[in-house]
Design a protein around this ligand. Structure first.
Ligand code: MG
Ligand code: MG
Length: 255
């Protein structure tokens, strides 16, 4: 069921979204060669605690997961696409890191993600990150009243395919509100002018993830959570929580 939010709910979700943005920035700022992935999680967790926010990630256990998620932040490095568990692994110079964070404030959720490199980016990594971010921006621009879900999917997918990147089929964006994952789903590829019509008050997490190797294949690592590219190529992931409004798309997870 798709829930349309009131304007007051959108303002409440903006509060949660700002906490997510701050937590992601703290995690990114903590990243450096030799730093452990769990140190990034701790930096994000500190921001959530200081804001009085709960984590929709911590303890989360969807049907595919063998164990509850143990952290507030997903940290996915290099060939990891999404859902990486922040453990004692240490970052190395040139690693491509994707971080994904959620927050719950007064019962409303925010969800966002970004990719960056530790130190200087290889040109091919920079292109992958720039293209994925551009696809997110195109998806957001398509999230206007009267358009359809397929317009968002098409905007994202056509940019990824034109760049020669792979797109995992089973993971993508979603509605968000009191729950982190609500209807409708927002695939990262699709046909324009298909699917649900977008209305004022619909809130979507839009989240392209592109695979540099050009194939769409991935597998779940031994931890049951981390999704990795089958060809070991690198992946990038950018996400914002976005409200469709009569005044245009409103990004709720910007800084
Ligand atoms: Mg996310
Ligand atoms: Mg999401």
């Amino acid at each position: 069921m798709v829930e349309i939010k009131t304007d007051a709910a959108l303002d409440a979700m903006r509060v949660a979204g700002r906490v997510v943005a701050d937590a992601l920035e703290a995690a990114r700022a903590a990243a450096a060669p030799g730093v452990r992935l769990r140190d990034l999680d701790e930096a994000a967790h500190m921001v959530l605690r200081e804001a009085g926010a709960d984590s929709p990630f911590l303890g989360y256990r969807p049907s595919f997961a063998p164990t509850p998620f143990p952290a507030v932040l997903c940290v996915s490095v290099n060939d990891a696409i999404v859902h990486g568990i922040p453990d004692g692994t240490r970052l190395g110079d040139g690693d491509l890191v994707s971080i994904d964070c959620g927050a719950l404030v007064d019962g409303w959720a925010g969800d966002a993600a970004l990719s960056f490199t530790v130190g200087a980016a290889r040109p091919e990594d920079q292109r992958l990150m720039d293209t994925t971010r551009r696809a997110l921006e195109a998806g957001i621009a398509a999230a206007v009243v009267g358009a359809r879900i397929g317009d968002i999917s098409h905007a994202i997918g056509s940019i990824g395919r034109a760049a020669g990147y792979g797109i995992p089929e089973d993971f993508g964006g979603h509605g968000i509100g009191r729950q982190m994952h609500e209807d409708p789903s927002v695939p990262n590829e699709g046909r324009p002018r298909r699917g649900m019509i977008l209305r004022h008050g619909l809130v979507l997490a839009i989240e392209p993830m592109f695979l540099a190797g050009g194939k769409d294949d991935y597998y779940a690592a031994g931890d049951g959570w981390t999704l990795r590219t089958t060809d070991t190529s690198r992946a990038a992931h950018f996400e914002h929580t976005v409200a469709v409004t009569n005044e245009g798309p409103r990004v709720l997870t910007s800084a």
